[in-house]
Ligand binder design. Structure first.
Ligand code: HSE
Length: 438
């Protein structure tokens, strides 16, 4: 058998520890699959003394991950530190510059610097592999990069953040409030170190930017993504969604149309019959549509073992000498995308307003919608069945929910500015885009 591949693992959190453990547990099978043994020869982490339940007896410890990247006894660097800057970026750059392949789960790093890092990898003819960066254990990177060359893709969308899906599921199924559900997600190890990345939609945006590039053959354009998180979703919205036949999901959506590429991350009303609405808990899902494809991949999106399994798939590829262009085609040939801004988005809308309960207010609001050519599909003014509290206010307000037919984002924004100026509502309108089945 060929000489062993010597792997250095930088970052020993949930995923890093699982990588080291599984490489040990499945040593023989992986050696057969990889064509040579895979040995972890070096590791790096901030805290040496943490109990990780893995054997690090014969492994060199580096306090500095950049020195791990320079270690002569390391052929391939696995970067699981996280973060777009600092030690993660320094380690990946050092490894690539030294002509070593890199396997990473770092979506923030790729979203910010993926193009430059991929160019460096191409120049050095080494791998920059990142199956674990999106969708945890779902093989979505390989699928987009390698499996669909005969299909002109028009849309990629999905539930890309396990923490948000877990929170929304818990709010719906157990009637939990947002904070309690978030604490549970953190206790289970799903959430990012800074939960704002999850609940604010930024983690989804990082992942979406990578999928968009792979799906459409365009340069990563993360700044173009419209991002909303799930912080404003109330139990009242979840109860209303239930009454209307929807589930609320945080989606990342990228579409290619005549106007350019639209990339958006926001909570969406998904019809309960859509496969994405069936995806509960920490599970992720990605839908790909194109001239010859209509695929939904569903699987574990976070957690140690599924993410580690994706990391190991990349390690096995590298050990077999499979060095691909990280984004499928050379970076220099990726197109610069034309941006379709959110204002041009067209679709249905759920609009919840806390309306002052006086004669004529609903009619006045409907008039403001009509002025913008917004056609209403339904108007609900009733307390939902669930025991969700209406917004507290000193005036007597009731929740009024409008469901619109397809209209443009800019029309909705203009109508709501007028409604706000009329003074018939309390607080900010809640606007949730409806994601129709294709
Ligand atoms: N915090 C991420 C999530 C982890 O919840 O999906 C996987 O990227």
């Amino acid at each position: 058998m060929a000489a062993a591949l010597k792997v250095g693992v930088a970052g020993l959190g949930t995923v890093g520890a699982a990588v080291v453990r599984i490489l040990g547990e499945r040593r023989d099978t992986l050696a057969a699959s990889a064509g040579r043994p895979i040995h972890v020869t070096a590791v790096s982490a901030r805290n040496r003394n943490r109990e990780r339940k893995i054997d690090l007896g014969n492994v060199r410890w580096h306090d500095d991950p950049v020195s791990l990247a320079a270690d002569d006894n390391v052929d391939l660097v696995v970067e699981l530190i996280g973060g777009a800057e600092g030690p993660a970026r320094d380690t990946v750059e050092a490894a690539l510059k030294a002509g070593k392949s890199v396997v990473t789960a770092n979506k923030a790093l790729l979203s910010a610097h993926g193009m430059a890092l991929a160019e460096l990898a191409e120049e050095k003819n080494v791998a920059l592999a990142f199956e674990a960066a999106v969708g945890g254990g779902i093989p979505i990177i390989k699928t987009l990069r390698e499996a669909l060359p005969g299909s002109q893709l028009s849309r990629v969308s999905g539930i890309l953040n396990g923490t948000c899906n877990f929170i929304l599921t818990k709010m719906e199924e157990d009637g939990l409030d947002f904070d309690t559900a978030l604490s549970q997600a953190q206790a289970l190890g799903y959430a990012e170190a800074d939960p704002t990345f999850d609940i604010g939609g930024f983690d989804t945006a990082h992942k979406l930017s990578i999928l968009t590039s792979l799906a459409f053959g365009t340069k990563i354009d993360a700044d173009a993504i419209y991002v909303e998180g799930i912080q404003t979703i109330s139990r009242l919205d979840i109860a209303m969604a239930d009454e209307l036949g929807f589930r609320i999901k945080l989606l990342g959506v990228a579409t290619r149309a005549d106007g350019g590429i639209e990339q958006r991350v926001h909570p969406a009303m998904v019809p309960r019959s859509d496969p994405l609405a069936q995806v509960m808990g920490v599970t992720n899902a990605v839908q790909i549509s194109g001239s010859a494809s209509d695929i939904t991949l569903i699987g574990p999106g976070a957690g140690g073992d599924p993410t580690a399994s994706a990391v190991i798939a990349d390690i096995v590829d590298v050990s077999r000498g499979m060095i691909r262009q990280p984004f499928g085609i050379p970076v220099a040939q990726l197109a610069t995308p034309r941006r379709a801004p959110i204002q041009t988005h067209e679709g249905g809308y759920y609009i919840r307003l806390d309306v002052v309960d006086l004669p004529g207010t609903a009619a006045a609001i409907a008039t403001r919608m009509a002025e913008q050519q917004i056609s209403l599909e339904s108007i609900l003014q009733k307390k939902p069945r669930a025991k969700a509290p209406a917004a507290a206010s000193d005036k007597n307000t009731v929740p009024l929910v409008l469901i619109t037919h397809a209209t443009s984002e800019s029309a909705v924004r203009r109508a709501l500015m007028a409604v706000l100026a009329d003074g018939h509502i309390q607080g900010a309108p809640q606007v949730i885009r409806i994601e129709k089945e294709k």
